[in-house]
Design a protein around this ligand. Structure first.
Ligand SMILES: *Cc1c(COP(=O)(O)O)cnc(C)c1O
Length: 393
């Protein structure tokens, strides 16, 4: 699939592969970067084997080959969004099938299972997969699919991908890892035994918050066929321009992830123990419950920090709004810093009791640290946190 579209296998570096994927695609013109193929259809019998953009386009192929190379997989299929990629995978299941899922999955994933796929008879069992005591149920339930994220949203729990994959393999259950929060630069689930890697490439892989896209990467040819079928049959393809933007963003993934992770660790360390800050969650902080696993499984901690402020929801929102460099917005993974208040934003529809049970309190805020200078981000946080009444502590 990627013949001539990826750098020769003698070059092993992550950034070399990211930068050189797709170079020389338009050999006839010498264009150094690929064009956008804005076409809905292709003349029959063309050497690239393209027919209609719903089932393939040169920009999709370039993106697919880039993502496969970065995830260390043989195949990738791009989609219109992360949610489209989820839809593609779940569309392969049938009524009566069971999905065994991490209980802290992304809100949109939960909503799709709960409001859409449940109507088609797909049963989902949720468990805390960061606790190995719950893995035995994979053997008992023999699910059609094990679904996990690591780190999770918004609690940044770290889940042992290799451990779970080994158990799932025992009963032949494929394991899907949503790798959106880590990106392939920080974590490679296929090498840890996962069958499928899912991405909302909207986030770190594109990295510039200018389009939506998603992808599935695998080494399993049968799964790849199912993904290509779902892309075409369900109309889940991205636009060629969005695929082009995403592939362009991916070229600088390593540089960005290094910077996000460096700043993330520095700000998390600084925030921890500050007056008015109850707890700080960051995978590479010594206080993180799975820090050992995080250090084993990930190259660095990524750019998300979750802090619980010692205040009510209104004050937490007030702090978020007082920030000048962190925009109050959903999403994550862009070069610009964002802040989100889950209790009134992403998880507003979740009843308080359920929300608190999964660890989202009124004072919980999630930062997606961008690549701005750390001194400026820290100064911005310091000023905004003064809004907390800390009784002179
Ligand atoms: C954003 C996100 C999704 C959904 O992706 P979209 O591109 O917004 O459709 C799925 N999983 C995770 C972890 C995400 O962050």
């Amino acid at each position: 699939m990627c013949e001539g579209l990826t750098v020769s296998s003698e070059f092993k570096g992550f950034s070399t592969r990211a930068v050189h994927a797709g170079r020389g695609f338009d050999a006839g013109t010498g264009a150094v970067m690929p064009p956008v193929f804005l076409t809905s259809t292709f003349a029959a019998g063309n050497p690239g084997g393209f027919d209609y953009t719903r089932s393939g386009n040169p920009n999709f192929r370039l993106l697919d080959c880039t993502l496969a190379a970065l995830e260390g997989g043989q195949f990738a299929t791009c989609f219109a969004s992360g949610v489209s990629a989820i839809t593609a995978v779940v569309s392969t299941l049938k009524s009566g099938d069971t999905v065994f899922a991490e209980e802290n999955v992304y809100g949109c994933t939960y909503r799709l299972f709960d409001k859409v796929f449940s109507k088609f008879g797909v049963r989902v069992i949720y468990a805390d997969l960061s606790d190995p005591a719950n893995w035995g149920r994979i053997v008992q339930e023999r699910p059609a699919l094990v679904w996990l994220e690591s780190p999770t949203n918004p609690l940044l729990k770290v889940v042992d991908i290799a451990g779970i994959s080994a158990v799932a393999q025992f009963v032949g259950a494929p394991v899907l890892v949503d790798n959106t929060f880590a990106s392939p630069y920080l974590q490679l689930p296929l090498t840890l035994g996962a069958t499928l890697v899912l991405h909302s490439t909207t986030k770190y892989i594109n990295g510039h918050s200018d389009c939506l896209s998603g992808a599935i990467v695998t080494n399993d040819a049968a799964w790849q066929e199912k993904m290509i079928f779902a892309q075409k049959a369900l109309g889940l393809q991205p636009s060629p321009f969005d695929a082009w933007l995403t592939a362009r963003g991916a070229r600088t993934l390593a540089l960005r992830m290094e910077q996000h992770s460096r700043t993330g660790l520095e700000l998390a360390t600084w925030l921890e123990g500050r007056p008015g800050v109850r707890t700080v969650r960051y995978p590479f902080l010594a206080s993180h419950p799975q820090v050992e696993l995080a250090r084993r499984q990930m190259r660095a901690g990524s750019g998300l920090i979750v802090a619980e402020l010692d205040c009510d929801a209104a004050t937490a929102l007030d702090v978020c709004r007082a920030l000048k460099l962190f925009t109050l917005a959903e999403s994550l993974g862009g070069v610009e810093s964002l802040v989100c208040h889950p209790a009134t934003m992403t998880h507003a529809s979740v009843p308080r009791a359920v929300r608190e049970q999964v660890g989202i309190r009124d004072g919980t805020v999630r930062f997606s640290v961008g690549i701005e200078d750390v001194e400026d981000l820290r100064a911005d946080l310091e000023r905004a946190l003064k809004r907390l009444k800390t009784d002179g502590k």
